[in-house]
Design a protein around this ligand. Structure first.
Ligand SMILES: Nc1ncnc2c1ncn2[C@@H]1O[C@H](COP(=O)(O)OP(=O)(O)O)[C@@H](O)[C@H]1O
Ligand SMILES: [Mg+2]
Length: 329
């Protein structure tokens, strides 16, 4: 198989691990920065150019799209989608997971527990918003933050108001969220690949910090045995977002897992180190299965066409029965 990894740098840990693993399994691997592709859109024919020439053929694309290039990176992934090249993950799924509000909205389609989240554009009804999220204190998040940047804890009504107003004046969209203090700076990160849990770790924030991200100095401990409730929630979250490869962050509470976010390009370094699991191999093996499924060489498999992935964002759950009904109309 000729595998393309869309990544800004071949030397990044996750990119390197995926490249080495795929080569060891006999595949040809190209690592290209998505910014090096040009998109060509003309009547009925989406194309990609690389260094001024039509790009070569790839059998499957693994996007590792960093937050700094989301919009262009996603356009490149979408172009591959449009050209019929299988991508792990679809552009629409990546976009959904990048936007924390959109992700929370989608999670409500399943009976998945999340911290109560409010999005508002004015402080006129701040008191009711604060009541809804049982604040203060409250968590305030940028829609598009990652690695803990853009996640804040506001301890008083005044600081909530001042923070909201500052971000609005900068044109940033934010969400207000219930602060789940009971999890005490700990959370669980689960890697789900092709609908299966492949690794899990518990992260603990450093002293004086509530964010457990490893980039914020958090500690990681591998979980040899993941509570089945957490595994089930992580798999359901990956499914509702239609992500083939993802990291699901959950808070541990007495009432069970509460999902915080789903990451479409989860880092491999922290989790492989903490769990001693070969997550890169799990991803490459899934890419092989996915490729076979797309090409019909394998009957079982989770391949979903982009159109099917799009459909999920509608109001009513699309069961087989409702689909038949709307087809008859
Ligand atoms: N509602 C919350 N209650 C308690 N802790 C939270 C909450 N939201 C986020 N955190 C903490 O902050 C960290 C980062 O938040 P997250 O939503 O995952 O954003 P990021 O994309 O920056 O990782 C989480 O891993 C968790 O430790
Ligand atoms: Mg996170």
């Amino acid at each position: 198989m000729h595998l393309l990894i869309l990544s800004r740098k071949a030397s990044l840990y996750s990119t390197r691990r995926l490249t080495e693993t795929a080569r060891a399994r006999g595949h040809v691997v190209s690592v290209i920065d998505p910014l090096e592709f040009s998109l060509v859109v003309s009547r009925g024919r989406p194309q990609l150019f690389f260094r001024g020439q039509p790009a070569e053929h790839y059998d499957i694309v693994l996007p590792r799209i960093g937050a700094s290039i989301t919009s262009y990176g996603l356009a490149v992934v979408r172009q591959f989608d449009m050209m019929g090249v299988p991508v792990l993950n679809h552009a629409v799924s990546i976009a959904r997971s990048r936007d924390k509000l959109r992700a929370m909205q989608l999670l409500t389609k399943r009976d998945l527990d999340i911290p109560t989240t409010v999005c508002t554009k004015s402080t006129a009804y701040l008191d009711s918003a604060l009541q809804l999220v049982e604040a203060p204190p409250a968590i305030i998040k940028l829609h598009q933050g990652t690695q803990g940047v853009g996640v804040m804890l506001a301890e008083t009504r005044q600081s909530v108001q001042a923070t909201l107003e500052s971000f609005w004046s900068l044109g940033q969209d934010i969400i207000l969220q219930e602060f789940v203090s009971e999890s005490k700076g700990r959370d669980i990160r689960v890697i789900v690949v092709g609908g299966r849990v492949v690794a899990a770790m518990r992260r603990t924030a450093k002293r004086g910090e509530f964010r457990s991200n490893l980039h914020r100095g958090g500690d990681a401990e591998g979980l040899a045995k993941l509570n089945p409730k957490y595994a089930k929630a992580a798999i359901a979250a990956a499914e509702v977002m239609a992500l083939e490869v993802c990291g699901v962050d959950m808070l541990e509470t007495r009432r069970g897992p509460r999902i915080l976010e789903i990451n479409s390009s989860p880092g491999l370094e922290g989790i492989e180190r903490a769990t001693q699991k070969d997550v890169a191999s799990a991803i490459i093996q899934h890419a092989e299965r996915y490729y076979r499924t797309v090409h019909g060489k394998h009957r079982k498999g989770a391949y979903r066409a982009p159109s099917e992935v799009f459909e999920q964002e509608r109001g009513t759950p699309r069961t087989r029965a409702t689909r038949r009904k709307s087809a008859r109309k």
